[in-house]
Ligand binder design. Structure first.
Ligand SMILES: *Cc1c(COP(=O)(O)O)cnc(C)c1O
Length: 457
């Protein structure tokens, strides 16, 4: 075991392949359905929104997919990212556990999201796409894609959830600096947005609504604009596996192997990114690492959602997939972990969770901020409110190890920094934040409007 704090890889250690969990997953992929016909989607349907290479990655069962040289060149601007041992946090907790974290906040956008944004922009560029539409919650995804589109000279329109647009003006400016156009969703630019505004002029927006707007613009552009999603889809999760592949090598440098791997989950991409390569070692090599996804109690898709087919967006334009869902009509409380407010979850992750290969826990908002502040004061990095969920779970594991007097090796993904989230920290410090449990009655009500697809359940 090493006495180092930072475990760094060379540029030459940058992964050459993304890892595709579908090659090793013990659970069969569930069908993806056309939202109008509720029959399995055809590549033709998807090709309105996505370039063909990404559609092929979506359904691929090949174990490793080569990362194009152009994408690896751009990854080198910040990858390989560091892995650190949180020695000062361990000491503050008085725990015998060893806590490691993989830090994705060193990317230009400040999170893991450019890992897929660069890849998606690249495949769009080579297939001739000139313009892309997307949604963003907290603004992390929009910033990452704005960065990627500026590198590949593609126009970008971002529908930003209104509550975040107002909470995070600097995220918007960051996107504009990279050349994107940003709109507060719901907007009056789409038919769906206008419908929502007529019913509720003060709608705070939701990721489901913003996705509907972005999809509508791409789907009605006569093929000129494509759409891009920052999480949930198989190809997105696969692009994020560079995180776990690097972490495997770095844990090796540290001379340890994790007993537990933790990550926060919104749509599931940063968690899958770190966890799937370790799950491969579990499945193929007989390792026994626990993999734990951490979600907010305000949007408890895994821990309280129903595992069933649902629409990916509010307007029912995006494909229907089988996932743990709170219902596509879900409008979350305006909690500050904006990146975790999606009603559903990546289908591959849900299937693995349902089969017991992955565990999940839900944490209330105040506890996550307390954990984030404790981490900042020990380690010097102010975490994104989303990432603070993983920190909470890491601390919880470390304190349990202390109670049991056992050594435990904990690895978590620090998915991003919180330097643009100071307004959220301010709200926390001034006592304005509240805990929020999503009401059971709302979940039950939302279940009434699920698509009827018994033949696939
Ligand atoms: C977007 C985001 C998340 C949540 O998205 P996943 O797809 O679940 O990873 C988590 N952390 C940060 C910093 C984010 O920007």
């Amino acid at each position: 075991m090493s006495n180092q704090t930072r475990f760094l890889l060379n540029e030459s250690d940058l992964p050459r392949f993304w890892y595709n969990i579908n090659a090793d997953s013990p659970v069969a992929p569930t069908p993806v359905l056309n939202p109008q016909t509720l029959e399995p989607v055809t590549p033709d349907f998807l090709s309105v929104l996505f370039p063909m290479e990404l559609i092929m990655q979506e359904i691929s069962t090949e174990r490793y997919i080569e990362i194009p040289a152009e994408v690896r060149e751009i990854y080198k601007l910040w990858r390989p990212t560091p892995l650190l041992r949180a020695r000062r946090l361990e000491k503050a907790l008085g725990t015998p556990a060893h806590i490691y974290y993989k830090y994705e906040g060193v990317s230009p956008a400040g999170s893991h999201k450019p890992n897929t944004a660069i890849a998606q922009a690249y495949y769009n560029k080579v297939s001739g796409t000139k313009a892309i539409t997307t949604e963003t919650g907290a603004g992390q995804w929009g910033s990452a894609l704005a960065l990627a589109c500026s590198f590949f000279d593609i126009d970008l329109e971002v529908f930003m959830v209104k509550v975040s647009y107002n909470q995070k003006p600097y995220r918007r400016l960051m996107m504009e600096t990279f050349g994107a156009q940003v709109f507060a969703s719901p907007t009056d630019r789409t038919q769906y947005g206008r419908t929502i505004l007529t019913q509720d002029p003060d709608s705070p927006g939701s990721l489901g609504m913003a996705i509907s707007e972005a999809v509508e613009v791409a789907a009605t552009s006569g093929g000129v604009k494509k759409y891009s999603l920052g999480s949930v889809l198989n190809h997105v999760l696969m692009h994020q596996t560079v995180i776990g592949e690097e972490a495997l090598k770095q844990m090796d440098l540290a001379g340890e192997y994790p007993d537990v791997v933790l990550g926060c989950v919104g749509g599931g991409s940063n968690f899958a990114g770190i966890a799937y390569p370790f799950l491969r070692e579990n499945l193929v090599d007989g390792k026994k690492t626990r993999l734990v996804a951490v979600e907010p109690t305000a949007t408890p898709s895994l821990t309280r959602g129903t595992y069933t087919f649902d629409y990916g967006d509010s307007a029912r334009m995006a494909p229907v997939v089988k996932m743990h869902t709170l219902g596509h009509s879900f409008v979350p409380a305006p909690i500050h972990a904006g990146g975790l407010r999606y009603h559903g979850m990546a289908p591959s992750l849900c299937a693995l969770y349902d089969a017991g290969h992955i565990q999940a826990v839900a944490v209330p908002q105040l506890a996550t901020f307390a954990a984030g502040v404790q981490f900042a004061r020990c380690e010097g990095i102010i975490p994104a409110p989303e990432s603070a969920h993983a920190i909470w779970a890491a601390i919880d594991e470390a304190l349990e190890a202390k109670r049991l007097g056992e050594k435990r090796v904990i690895l978590f993904n620090l998915s991003g920094h919180g330097n643009f989230d100071m307004a959220s920290y301010e709200a926390y410090f001034s006592g304005k934040l509240q805990d929020y449990e999503y009401p059971e009655a709302d979940i039950q009500k939302a279940m009434l409007s699920l698509p009827k697809v018994e033949q696939f359940v």
